[in-house]
Design a protein around this ligand. Sequence first.
Ligand SMILES: [Zn+2]
Length: 318
Amino acid sequence: MIRKEREIPIRIRKIQSSLDRVIMPSEKRAILEGELKSRLAGYYGEKAIDYYLRKLPENENYILHSLRLQMKSDYFQIDTLLLTDKYALIIEVKNLAGELFFDVNSKQLIQTTADGEVKGYQNPVQQAMYQKRDLEKVFQSKAIHLPIEYLVILSKPSTILKTNSKYAIPKMIHAQYLIEEIEHLNKKYHIVIHEQKAVKKMAKMLAKLHCPETYDVLKANQFTQEDIQKGVRCTDCGHTPMQRKHGTWICPNCCKIDIHAHVKAVEDYFLLFESPLTNQKFRDFTFLDSEQTANRLLKKMDLPHSGNGRCRMYYRLN
Ligand SMILES: [Zn+2]
């Protein structure tokens, strides 16, 4: 049973919005596009293992995706955590294409892509081991007594894994062997430590402990609010602004008609400005003239809000 769904990471959404809206030099754009590409690959890699996780019995396993927990002043993130009544399993997903070489001497993972590019990565097995160490501390503080296992999953079946070790790299496998590995763990841990009901409670509690990532994309990239292009953006051709006519939004560039186009503009506003929205700010951002229309559109979006009338503040939904 999934207790915490996998979401598109907020950093990906913020980078995407800034690429759509912020006027920036081409070198900066290229860097952000590169970051977006690699983060999206990571996200799709994590999503790819969901296919295998769905094969697990629904009632015996609790799955928490993209769990970010606090350790004193620091945070650690687990791609997927599987909780059973006998053990917990940390799954660290790597979506790396081409050939991977694990050097047992330097303990480094070296990737050679199809076009010959060579990149080095931190040892992902060690990364997962650190997550285990941190999670053990969280478990201790919450009286959870489950032993913790960890696995690094290569999500691309085409990735070639090589090593200079005499043995296979422990705890690093391709996604298609995940279920086999879980079955192996089920045999290894056959003593029930917590009742199913208690495991369900633990999963709920861990989901509550999740701290969403905070990332101010403007500040991080030295952009200012003045660099942001205002207006409702056309979802087809990217032209900004669309025009409000006959109760809908029309793109003057490609003639696209989209009654809901302002919804994405509101999302962009929240992702970039990091502040609540008001009727005035909404009109300013979308170039809407009518306070009544703005009111109606905002109300329809059913956003969390506080205050009334002109002082009403709207907040991001997620
Ligand atoms: Zn258009």
